[in-house]
Structure formats: C-alpha cells, structure tokens
Design a protein around this ligand. Sequence first.
Ligand SMILES: Cc1ncc(COP(=O)(O)O)c(C=O)c1O
Ligand SMILES: N[C@@H](CCCC[NH3+])C(=O)O
Length: 442
Amino acid sequence: MHLYGTQSINERGHLAIAGVDTVDLAHTCGTPLIVYDIALFRERAKAFKETFKSMGIQSQVAYASKAFSSIAIYEIAQQEDLSLDVVSGGELFTAVAAGFPRERIHFHGNNKSYTELQHAFDEKIGCLVIDNFSEIEMVKEIAEMRKEKMNVLIRVTPGVKASTHDYITTGQEDSKFGFDLKNGQADEAFLQLFNHPYIGLLGMHCHIGSQIFESDAFRLAAEALMSKMISWHEMHNFVCPVLNLGGGFGIRYTDEDKPLEPSAYVKEMATIVLSMTRNYNYPVPEIWIEPGRSLIGDAGTTLYTVGSTKEVPGVRTYIAVDGGMSDNIRPALYGAKYTAVTANRMNEPQSNRVTIAGKCCESGDKLIEEAYIAKTTYGDILAITCTGAYGYSMASNYNRLPKPAIVFCENGEKQLVVRRETYEDVIRLDIPLQKVKWGEKI
Ligand SMILES: Cc1ncc(COP(=O)(O)O)c(C=O)c1O
Ligand SMILES: N[C@@H](CCCC[NH3+])C(=O)O
C-alpha cells in the first residue's frame, strides 16, 4: 500500500491525512468527501521553485488551476508565491474573489470571448496566452480602444506527440490549441504582435499534454521553442524575456506508474534552455511552468461510504459507493486507473479483489475495475487516493447527484473549504413551467 504525503495509519487502524482521522471526517462531514493534504501541495510548490533557484534561473511557477479551482486553493497558491493559470472567465472570477495578485495571473484558452478578454483588461492581469489569430484581432482592438497595454505570450504547438491518452495530448500539429511552429503560423503571429504599441510581447508558450512520463518529449519541446526564439532574434533582433514550457508532468496513480520527481522534468528542460542560450549567446529567459496535476493530484483523496455489494459468481464482486462518475469522470472518460484502500480497516490485508462501482445509472460508472481492498461491508469507508486533480473540477450533477464537500487538512487541523451541494442547490436554476412569461426578467 502506497501512502502519499502525510497519509498514515493511526492507532485506530484508520487512514489519517495530516494527522486527521479520515473515518471521523467521513462521519462528521458525510461522503463523498474530498480531503486535501495541504502540506503536500506546499512541498511540491516549493520543490518546483527551488529547482529554478538552484539553477540560478528566474522563474514563475503557475498553478494550472483547471486541475482544482476554489477560492481556498488560490489562497494557498498565493501563500506559496505561485502564479496562477486560469482558462476561463469563471476561473478568473474565482481568482479575483480570492484576492489573487492580478499581475501573476496568466489567462489561457483557445476561444476566449470578447467579454472574457475585457475582463482580463479590467483586472490588469499579468498576461494573456494568445492562442489564435482571431484572439490577436480582439486583443489589439481592445488595447487600442482602451489605450491600455497588455502583456502576451504566443502559444505554439511544437509538433511533439507525447505518449499519453489521445484526449490529453496538445503539442501535436493537429491540435485545437495554439499556432503551429512549423507551418509559419507562429511566425505570422509574432509579426502581428511584436511591434504593437499596446502589446508587450513576452515570448512563447507551449504545453504538450498531460500525465506525461517521458522526459524526451519535454526536452524536444523546449528545444523547438528555443530554436524559434533564436531565429526571431536573428531575423528581427527580438529577445523573448519569457519562455513558458507548460505543465503535464505525470504522477503516480497506481503501482504501474513510475514517474520521475516532478521537478526532475523541469530540471531537464531548464538544462536544455541553458545550454542553447550559451551556444547561441542568447540571454537566458525567465522560465515559466504551469503544473496542475503534479502540484495537486496526489494531495487529494476521496472518501466514499460503501453501499451495496453484488457478486456475479465466477466473474467479479461489485462494491458500490455513494459517488462515482459524477465526482470523478476520469475512469469513464480516459480509462484512468486509481488505487483504493478501506480507510477504517487499514491494518487488514488490502487483498480482496473487487470492482468499485459508482451509483450513477451507467454500466460504465466504475471507479476502479480491479481494486484490492480489505474485506468491506455496508457502511465502511473507502478511500480512493490521488483524486486531487481533474476530479472535482470535472464533476457534474449527473443523475442530479449533489457535488461533494471539500476539506483541507494540515498539521492536525481540518477546514471545510467547499460546502457539499444540497438538493436545493441542484435545482436552484430550474424554472417551473408557466411561472414566468417569455421576456419577463428572471
Ligand atoms: C495550457 C495548459 N497548461 C497547463 C496544464 C496543466 O497540465 P497538468 O495538470 O498535466 O500539469 C494544462 C492541462 O493539460 C494545459 O492545457
Ligand atoms: N482533464 C485531463 C487533463 C487535461 C488537462 C487540461 N489540458 C485529465 O483529467 O487527465
């Protein structure tokens, strides 16, 4: 059994996180409940920052908040001196509500609306990561109208195909994101942006995908971007002050996953950048990264209560829990694998082979196809580890299930940071028939 971060087995034989008994938490807060180990998040953030510091490189480490967005986690990110990657008006709104320093907010997205872009100008955010030609038009128009400057990065696709699930690769040429580096689009974007009076062109950005283990892919991407920056220097005498190499560093969900330490990937990329700048006598750019999963993924654990058990003789045993694809769509969407433990029976052998099913009305609603847990009965508490990234942030109200509550644990203390949805919340936006006439203000 792999224990992440501050996870331990306490004297009652229960799973504890930061010294807090998860079984007690489940009983007081209800389930499903997502519990975050905040010390682990902080440790990861410090490791990334330290890596750059030890190499003498100026950097920004931006938390890719699509992995898990909430006011409280933005507050922690701020405490750790992280920057913030937001990808929608909603994430920007959350950042503003959290009082996040605007100058460290980076706004991404392949289809930012005019209103979202205006919101970014209103808030005077740190930079826009420009994704396509229509965005260039809009940003120039807004900047010229307001006579206000905006810093930008050009997002490029470096033509690197990383080995991960097809749905989460983004660095290949056939991608909806960014300007292609090889077919001239990135150069054209550069020409449209670099001499504009209201555009502060900071440099280039790429993100090749998510849950990637091979360092080669990251190295190739860094090389491709550096080469392009060097060519812009040679042709236009333009030096990019910033190189943003994205996120995507893979983490360990099960015994099959063998990632490097997240900061090791960063070190490899930074080493390439340093050697190319040396070889071409190019000033070392500030390097920005934007990890999501590798900052928050293994800090999250979801607690469920065991409900029904169904045995299909000679085939399998289904253990059903009180959540499912509504709070974690990843197994159904990507075939993602997870590990579970019976949180109230940690000293018993976790060797009983079962399939953990959710409660949604879908045969595909299985959280773990092949789990090994202690023998469980109705009412036991099951913990699925490593659910901190892209779980809650991709949650839905399918079957009108309310979304879980979220608790942060640190140094023996616990704190509710997201309330559990109620049925009233779930129907809040419904309008019963004939209560209002079309056109009336609602
Ligand atoms: C542009 C961008 N940056 C950063 C990330 C964060 O990726 P990860 O959570 O894999 O670190 C993503 C998601 O894949 C992304 O699309
Ligand atoms: N949602 C994906 C990652 C995509 C990240 C955004 N580009 C996952 O759960 O693995």
